[in-house]
Design a protein around this ligand. Sequence first.
Ligand code: FAD
Length: 463
Amino acid sequence: MDYDVIIIGAGPGGYVSAIRLGQLGKKVLVIEKKYLGGVCLNEGCIPVKALVYASHLREKVNYAKKEMGFLVKDEGFEIEKLRIWKDRVVERLKRGIETLFKNYKIEWIMGEGRLIDKNSVEVSFQGEKKVFTADFTIIATGSKPLSLPGFEPDGELIWTSTQAVSLSKIPSKLIILGAGAIGLEFAYIYKNLGSDVEIYEIMPQILPGADREMAEELRKVLTRKGIKIYLNAKAIGIEKKGDSLDLILEVDGKEERRGGEVLLLAVGRAPVFDGIEPGRIGIKTDGKFIITDSQMRASIPNIFAIGDVTGPPLLAHRASKQGIVAAEAIAGLDAKFEPKVIPNVVYTEPQLASVGISEEEAKEREIKYSIGKFPFIANGKAVSSGETSGFVKIVGELNTNKILGVHILGPEASSLIGEGLVAMEMSGELHHLADPIHPHPSLCEAIMEAGENFFKKAIHILN
Ligand code: FAD
């Protein structure tokens, strides 16, 4: 065999797995057809967060002007400069992966991989085709935006996240279909870049599946920021009109039309199987995603699958952990992908971060629960930073006081959720959040006080 392991796809699943395999002394070949770092680094997590950061800075500057006497002019964005800065962020991180690959002696080829059989992959690169063999193959080919019939993206009037993140233009009016994380993050960005933004969601709440109270609070905050959000709105068609379009909707059984310059489709993602076609060599799927065991082994024992091709939640940190598990399993270690919880973050400002179950899920499961809550408006650090929207909500089991879910809408929620995450991973109880002395002033005191509120003893609110 040419290699111990061939990995197809260098997203956060594939490249992380390659590095772990390198650490374990394996000879690895990574095949990537487009870009090191995958969707996450090039079109998703990182560039989107860079743009959210820029958008938030603009909000902060305006706040400082209005409330703190800053003498600054807000004349919008030099969009070309913003694009260059965002691309530099991506390039810097990409160079980091290349350096790590070099240090761990991981070989990689820019080309499209085609799985031939359980030990061979054909690679097309630079006009040539070559077959490489390995003892193990890891499929890490990721996902792409889901299209809807009649709403096929054309890159001009109908965008996916790929065009939205490229900042090719700032539409005067952007219509977004879908109020999931991706739709909301782009709504926040484009609103701050100067677009008029409307979101249409077929379900009765934004972020379907999220804790309803948290989602509703985020909806209110975004609405206050000028983003128009319409729920229970089913898109049934589109009419292109030169350089603009009409979105046709069904609302309460009636047809409505809404005009816009660009429509952004943010209705979900589908696995990428170009060159893989699981059925062709007998890899089992559930009809959509590859089925694996807890070591990420597919139905053919020396083929592994990790990341978005294995189904929801489609998240980079899940892909990376699966990549590590697959690498360690290949190296004969006793690794399993059996996470107790996987955190989820919506990177609007304020951010919404969650781990564990929602209040609705506790009800559905007929768990006897209670809630601990604390608003950021009563937290000294939040007030002194001018970031008072949102609150912490903890769902805990009555009698045992076990933490069932931690939900944070507020500043730095993506970092704060780490506290709930570690507590839950260690099967923590509410007093593990409420009792430790937290630094003052800090945002994490809001978690402590939400924990105290569960026991009706928070200091800075009425319990
Ligand atoms: P991908 O990142 O999709 O990588 C797969 C790679 O395989 C690609 O580089 C592709 O070119 C390559 N490939 C495919 N087929 C072949 C082939 N035949 N031969 C060679 N190469 C091939 N997740 C988060 O956790 N946090 C976030 O904040 C977040 N934000 C997001 C924002 C947006 C706009 C989008 C679109 C996604 C976001 N995600 C986020 C999701 C995250 O990007 C994915 O879950 C993650 O990238 C999945 O990693 P992966 O390794 O499975 O696949």
